[in-house]
Design a protein around this ligand. Structure first.
Ligand code: SAH
Ligand code: SF4
Length: 403
């Protein structure tokens, strides 16, 4: 066995460890429940059936519109009901264990979540807020770690994996609004919100946690609550083909595809899920994506890796492949992380690539890396407690090679 392995030459396993179990806290949080589920919980604690609809409406407003952090704040709910609710439930969000602010204004929160009882380490995810002049985008995680192993992604090297619950996904948006003082009744007037867009581009593969992501995004986009329109929510997937159409039908948000390579041979290495769902199948799912149109284009993400996928031939093939799909292409300069063998393409190569695509009629913005100084940029997210040592990484690759 060689002591140094170039990840480009190694086929990594499609998926690694099984999902960890989740042990819910003693008093569950109401965050993440649909209206129907809220009504059921109220029934469980003895709220009479005739009152439930009204109570649900009140709770919904306090939790998702005003951002109430406890039941005491819900002054339109009777004192008795508030006490009853507080005895059984909370409106707790994930616990914020660290906040980092980048020199460019990007903020990253490290959130702690309940884990299985026997695990030594707590579960943690990261959530990033990126302010821009015309919008504020929150990058939300869907899993602790990721079961997939994209060769250039930091999150992919994390061992511990579990699906987030719908509440933990909605909770990230709520934490951001809490920390930025961005609720309707606080300093920022409604209509001038700081968090205007949500991208499911944090840790994890959202389409491998379909139900929770769907339930969460339906809450995030609900008009009477958090109210971020579906057109301002983007779900990014590495290509879980069977769930792409479902996402269009059941969630109706904007779609982004992590393409990164235009030939199956290379994509098999960079995005190992390609071995299960190759490029042609993936693009067919995009052609069939409900609601895709020139006004609602699918974003194709393409990470620029020096000498790997950044030639003009690649750009040409990319344009050819996307023919007939309402698409825009988002070029992402590779964000390096400790231990990676990849390098970001040279700037003039990125420009040439972008120019070719632009001349072929595609909008091809280059995503400006944000928050690099706090490891908050794309693909750099990874919980501090979860770093694999170089030895462990090597063992993982060795395992993959003997598969
Ligand atoms: N799992 C989903 C969403 C999270 S990743 C997916 O893969 O689409 C969000 C985007 O960042 C993806 O396009 C991913 O491929 C990209 N990415 C991952 N690592 C990166 C890195 N080191 N530099 C730049 N982009 C990266
Ligand atoms: Fe998972 Fe996305 Fe990273 Fe691939 S790029 S390992 S799918 S988070």
């Amino acid at each position: 066995m060689q002591s140094t392995v170039d990840p480009r030459n190694v086929s990594l396993p499609l998926e690694k460890t099984p999902l960890e179990t989740y042990v819910p806290p003693a008093k569950p949080s109401l965050i993440g429940l649909s209206r129907e589920q809220l009504a059921e919980r109220l029934g469980d604690i003895g709220v009479p059936a005739r009152q439930r609809k009204m109570r649900v409406q009140q709770l919904w407003h306090w939790i998702y519109f005003r951002g109430a952090e406890d039941f005491d704040a819900m002054t339109s709910v009777s004192k008795e009901t508030r006490a009853q609710l507080a005895a059984h439930f909370t409106v707790a969000r994930p616990e914020v264990v660290a906040e980092q602010v980048s020199s460019d204004g990007t903020r990253k929160w490290l959130l702690r979540l309940p884990s299985g009882e026997k695990l030594e380490r707590p579960h943690e995810v990261e959530c990033v807020y990126i302010p821009e002049t015309d919008r504020g985008t929150l990058c939300v995680s869907s899993q602790v770690g990721c079961t997939l192993n994209c060769a250039f992604c930091h999150t992919g090297t994390q061992r511990l994996v579990r699906n987030l619950t719908a509440g933990e996904i909605v909770g990230q948006v709520m934490v951001a609004r809490d920390r930025l003082n961005d609720w309707a009744d606080r300093e920022t007037p409604a209509g001038n919100r700081l968090v205007t867009n949500v991208v499911m581009m944090g840790m994890g593969e959202p389409l491998y946690n379909f139900d929770a992501v769907r339930d969460a995004l339906l809450i995030v986009s609900d008009n009477e609550g958090i109210g971020i329109s579906r057109r301002r929510i983007t779900l990014s997937t590495s290509g879980v083909v069977p769930n792409i159409i479902r996402a269009g039908e059941e969630i109706g948000v904007m779609l982004a595809i992590s393409l990164h390579a235009v030939r199956d041979e290379l994509r098999n290495e960079l995005v190992p899920l390609n071995r299960k769902y190759p490029i042609e199948q993936l693009l067919q799912a995009c052609r069939d994506y409900p609601g895709a149109s020139n006004a609602r284009r699918i974003t194709f993400e393409y990470v620029m890796l020096k000498g790997v996928n950044d030639s003009l031939d690649d750009a040409k093939l990319l344009v050819k492949l996307l023919k007939g799909i309402p698409a825009k292409i988002n070029l992402i300069p590779f964000n390096p992380w400790p231990g990676t063998a990849y390098e970001c393409s040279d700037w003039d190569q990125i420009e040439k690539f972008s120019e070719y695509i632009f001349n072929a009629g595609y909008s091809s913005p280059v995503r400006t890396p944000r928050g690099r100084d706090i490891l908050a940029a794309c693909g750099q997210l990874k919980s501090e407690t979860e770093k694999l040592s170089a030895r462990e990484r090597q063992a993982l690759r060795a395992m993959a090679m003997t598969d």
